[in-house]
Design a protein around this ligand. Structure first.
Ligand SMILES: [Zn+2]
Length: 534
């Protein structure tokens, strides 16, 4: 049985509207009848009105999905607006230290240190803790924060304090006051009003709820910016966002959510073991994020790329759904405890990358770069062995990954010198005509982490995987060597994406060769094991 340890007191106020709202803002989640976590995901915000529709009609529940229904004779379609919407009050704090929640001595020392420096520090606990069959999964951390400022000003303040005290800082947002207002739902002659939130479920079992004009730019990079009508399983609720405008969100079971996400992450025609590995990775990622993000929002996850790709119902594929069902409750844990910080990319190109080379921060022992070729004896890709690496590597798992594997494994891009100059000038006008591109530093996989751009007027060094790729017109990866031939730059590259963690093409290659989901995950995430949470 899955149970959350910090059991919220089930007081009489649990049934009040205020308390129903508190659940939306908390990091707890409830469970479906089937024993799976219920997750709340943002659909859209900043709306003046929301249009919902379900075949056979909608049931309106002011008190949440389990609460009593309003006896009203609404039709299939409802329009929801807000009256008297007042924005939230949010304060930005600068996080100056992060500690384990049980490190009492460390926390006291940190508070004392920042008092001495003239601040009035406060602590904020984020993350969740839950126990399953005697194993405790704890994603909590305690943030020591100082110097509250108005929302939006925290970034600048955090940067100042980082410089002044030579510490790593980040922004923690505190919800000082929730947004307030009345949610008004209308259907035909029926009008229902409720403070702050209204819930909707389809009257007929097996029906989805349609939401019109959902922005597609929050549904993944493969979709053009625009909007479309989307359908959702489970319940849909409408409440207020930070600005006091309407926010619509979906309360959905973990299985239905993953069934909507995984087909956007891996081709559903990939071999079953690869889909299973992806399903476990997606589940781990999902649970890892709960309670650590969107702390001031009335949902657990946002639907954008940074949080999780989720475009609602209708995106499922029976093959990925089967992989999710088959791996029910399985997550990837570190051998030393805690969930793995799951990362993956389309193709590592023959060698995976260290997490810190791509995103900075501390080296993660489960995210170390390694050769993706079971026969390779290379421990890292360097300027010295890059030529041999780019020419060879046909035995790497990701060279055998099936559809699109080959063109992601090795690629060549040619760009005229004037093209390169124009691209660089857009961001770095001081460089002038580009004469040469030189790799100054490479990560374990050979991905360039510092690129020198030598120009007629100036030479600059560009840092960061994504920045380098974007600057050069969206290269598949920074694992490349570059040649100059007359007026042309030729990029000989390998891989697609940052290369950290699981190589998806490699997972497909391993699955095709008969490896199991556990073997695939053990190859890409070291010092980890699978655990069945529910
Ligand atoms: Zn690979």
């Amino acid at each position: 049985m899955l149970a959350f340890l910090p059991a919220a007191p089930a007081g009489a106020d649990e049934t009040s509207a205020t308390d129903k709202l508190r659940i939306l803002y908390s990091t707890r989640f409830t469970f479906t009848d089937d024993g799976l976590p219920m997750v709340t995901v943002e659909i859209a915000s900043g709306r003046k009105d929301v249009h919902l529709r379900a075949k056979g009609g909608l049931t309106v529940r002011p008190d949440g999905a389990g609460g009593s229904a309003v006896e009203a004779d609404g039709g299939d379609a409802w329009t929801i607006t807000a009256e008297g919407g007042k924005p939230a009050v949010i304060t930005d704090w600068t996080v100056v230290e992060t500690l384990g929640p049980d490190d009492t001595a460390g926390i006291s020392a940190a508070l004392e240190r920042w008092k001495q420096r003239g601040f009035e520090p406060r602590t904020f606990e984020v993350g969740t803790v839950f126990g399953v069959d005697g194993e405790v999964i704890d994603t909590r951390e305690l943030r020591v924060a100082v110097d509250p400022v108005a929302a939006g000003k925290g970034g600048a303040r955090a940067a100042e304090l980082a410089k002044k005290f030579n510490v790593r800082t980040s922004v923690h947002q505190e919800l000082v006051r929730r947004p307030a207002g009345t949610i008004v739902a209308r259907s035909g002659a029926t009008t229902i009003r409720n403070p702050s939130v209204l819930w909707f479920t389809a009257k007929r079992g097996g029906e989805t709820i349609g939401v019109t004009d959902v922005p597609t730019n929050t549904g993944g990079s493969q979709l053009a910016t625009g909007s479309e009508d989307r359908r959702y399983w489970g319940a849909v609720y409408v409440t207020l966002d930070h600005d006091g405008q309407l926010l619509v969100a979906n309360a959905v079971g973990e299985d239905k959510l993953l069934a909507g996400i995984v087909p956007a992450e891996m081709y559903p025609d990939a071999p079953p073991a690869a889909l299973e590995a992806q399903a476990i990775a997606a589940r781990t990622e999902l649970l890892q994020k709960i309670g650590r993000r969107n702390l001031t929002d009335p949902f657990l996850l946002c639907s954008s790329q940074q949080c999780q790709v989720y475009a609602g119902a209708g995106k499922e594929d029976p093959r990925t759904t089967k992989a999710i069902e088959k791996t029910r409750g399985l997550v990837l844990l570190r051998d030393g405890g805690g969930m793995v910080d799951v990362r993956y990319s389309a193709s590592c190109g023959g060698h995976t990358e260290d997490n810190d080379q791509i995103w900075g921060g501390d080296p993660d022992p489960s995210l170390r770069g390694r050769a993706d070729d079971p026969k390779a004896n290379m421990t890292r890709v360097t300027d010295g062995n890059l030529d041999a690496f780019l020419e060879g590597g046909g035995d790497a798992w990701c060279a055998r990954g099936g559809k699109n594997a080959k063109e992601r494994f090795r690629w060549t891009v040619t760009m005229s010198a004037s093209d390169v100059t124009a691209r660089v000038a857009a961001e770095l006008p001081e460089v002038g005509k580009v004469k040469a591109l030189v790799a100054k530093q490479r990560g374990a996989s050979g991905r360039i982490t510092v690129l020198a751009i030598q120009g007629e007027r100036a030479s600059v060094e560009v840092t960061g995987d994504l920045r380098i790729r974007r600057l050069l017109g969206g290269l598949k990866s920074t694992l490349f060597k570059v040649e100059r031939s007359g007026d042309t730059f030729i990029f000989h590259g390998a891989g697609f994406g940052h290369g950290v963690g699981m190589c998806q093409m490699g997972a497909m290659g391993m699955a095709s060769a008969g490896r199991t989901n556990a073997q695939i995950l053990a190859h890409y995430y070291r010092g980890t094991h699978l655990h069945k949470l529910y």
